[in-house]
Design a protein around this ligand. Sequence first.
Ligand code: NAP
Length: 215
Amino acid sequence: MSHLTVIGGTGYAGSAIVAEAAARGHAVTALSRSLPADRVPDVNYVQGDATDEAALSSVVSGADVVVGALAPRGTLAGTFRDVYRTIARLAAAEGVPLFVVGGFSSLRPAAGAPRFVEDLSHAPAGYHDEIVSVAALVVDDLPATPEALNWVFVSPAAKFGSFAPGERLGVYRVGDDVAVQAEGGGAISGADYALGLVDLIEKGNHHRTHVNLAY
Ligand SMILES: NC(=O)c1ccc[n+]([C@@H]2O[C@H](COP(=O)([O-])OP(=O)(O)OC[C@H]3O[C@@H](n4cnc5c(N)ncnc54)[C@H](OP(=O)(O)O)[C@@H]3O)[C@@H](O)[C@H]2O)c1
């Protein structure tokens, strides 16, 4: 059993990861500003703001693994990358791996090809800032962290999110930075993304790298 801290553990991705990890018997702490209406039994829900380093530090301290499941929306729209820089620094100081819930658009359609984010004409304009912020984590910010930090950036298929929760099928495929399903972007439910992410955590065989999960 490990102690997982999920920052943003009450959101779409975070709550699925919390539920999956808790169901496997891991000790789970979830940080968010508000407490969820439906709590997963035995999960330690902590209220705090990720822009407050003391709040982050209190949940990273003692963790075996940190998962970032924040979204660059609302008050995090302008602070998202700085918040992740702080999370990465705290995880490195704690000597624990950091898994980041990423986006589809930071993937590539083929090995060596430009990432989808380099041509956003396919995406609604209202999402461009969000897509660019999330991609910047894996393009610029995480590779710039000290080598001692093990980070894994886990992109979902294109059809992933609260708009398409899907159901638990108990299957998924893992790719690197090339989309498992480039054509059409593919799909993955929240539950199966969480299944894959917690498997990645338990296997621990990825290091400072970008992977993706899709059917
Ligand atoms: N197809 C795709 O590529 C795709 C689609 C969706 C999501 N994603 C990825 O998944 C990530 C997570 O998205 P999501 O849809 O799961 O987000 P979400 O549902 O909006 O959840 C965000 C979580 O962060 C918490 N949070 C927000 N601001 C916070 C703050 N200042 N301090 C502490 N906690 C805060 C929220 O709780 P409170 O509001 O209570 O604080 C919630 O737990 C995205 O960034 C993106 O990388 C990818």
